[in-house]
Design a protein. Structure first.
Length: 259
């Protein structure tokens, strides 16, 4: 068999791909044919990866996540990348809804007294960094789910994968119902509709967790999921309190200015 020299790592190998780094044997000059192949590959990758995973998360979430953890991964989009891509898209879409006008108005005196103002700038920062925030919450969620469901077999890293898929499912639902929120963005019903959709979003997470552990007694599942929610609530509140204290300290020390 003919031996090839890899142009990427200089490794000698046989076949169509380098056994050391995965580089293709054939590396033709960049031209329009190359662009066509790249576009076909990208579309195929989205169709067979992202769209397939999206479909499975809404039709067979428990089986999909269990299969991925058990090693059946070739057809699925990578879960961490899934969250990053979808969170970025979700944050981009939210810019088209003027959520600021639905936020409670802060009294000017209170703002001056506290030295803090969480208005449009703060909200824009959250939207601009939404993918980072969503990814940042996953380790915390995973710690809580690991502690709550520890006796049912999945380790901490596997819980990260579970919560990546659950987060991806929530984000996909948010993207899917975005036209509804956009349609009612100027309506007096916006807050009600948004609240209902948010409730459905998190009920999806409950359903997904139930399908993952569907072989367990439902009463035990409910207790463990409530423990999961309680642990996350405690950690989240503590994190917010610590963050506010740090902001106040830095503000008074003139390291930051939030006026």
């Amino acid at each position: 068999m003919h031996h090839n020299l890899c142009k990427n790592c200089q490794h000698t190998f046989e076949g169509n791909f380098c056994s050391n780094c995965g580089q293709k044997t054939s590396t033709k000059r960049l031209d329009w044919h190359f662009v066509k192949e790249e576009l076909q590959y990208t579309f195929l990758h989205i169709n067979k990866g992202l769209l397939y995973t999206a479909k499975q998360l809404f039709t067979q979430p428990g089986k999909t996540i269990r299969d991925y953890i058990d090693g059946k991964r070739v057809q699925h989009y990578k879960p961490i990348l899934l969250v990053f891509v979808l969170a970025g898209l979700n944050g981009l879409l939210t810019h088209y809804i003027d959520v600021e006008k639905f936020m409670p108005k802060t009294d000017t005196h209170v703002k001056m007294k506290s030295g803090l103002s969480f208005g449009k700038e703060s909200f824009d920062w959250i939207l601009s960094h939404y993918s980072i925030i969503e990814l940042g919450l996953i380790p915390i969620l995973s710690l809580c789910s690991y502690l709550a469901f520890k006796k049912w077999g999945y380790n901490y890293i596997e819980n990260i994968i579970i919560n990546c898929f659950a987060s991806g499912q929530r984000l996909l639902f948010g993207i899917a119902v975005f036209p509804i929120e956009y349609l009612f963005r100027k309506s007096g019903y916006f807050v009600t509709i948004s609240s209902i959709l948010s409730l459905i979003t998190y009920l999806l997470t409950v359903w997904t967790y139930y399908k993952i552990y569907e072989k367990q007694v439902i009463g035990n599942f409910i207790l463990r999921f409530l423990l999961f929610a309680f642990l996350f609530g405690i950690i989240f509140i503590l994190t917010v309190v610590i963050a506010i204290i740090l902001v106040l300290i830095l503000t008074k020390s003139h390291y930051i200015n939030l006026h």
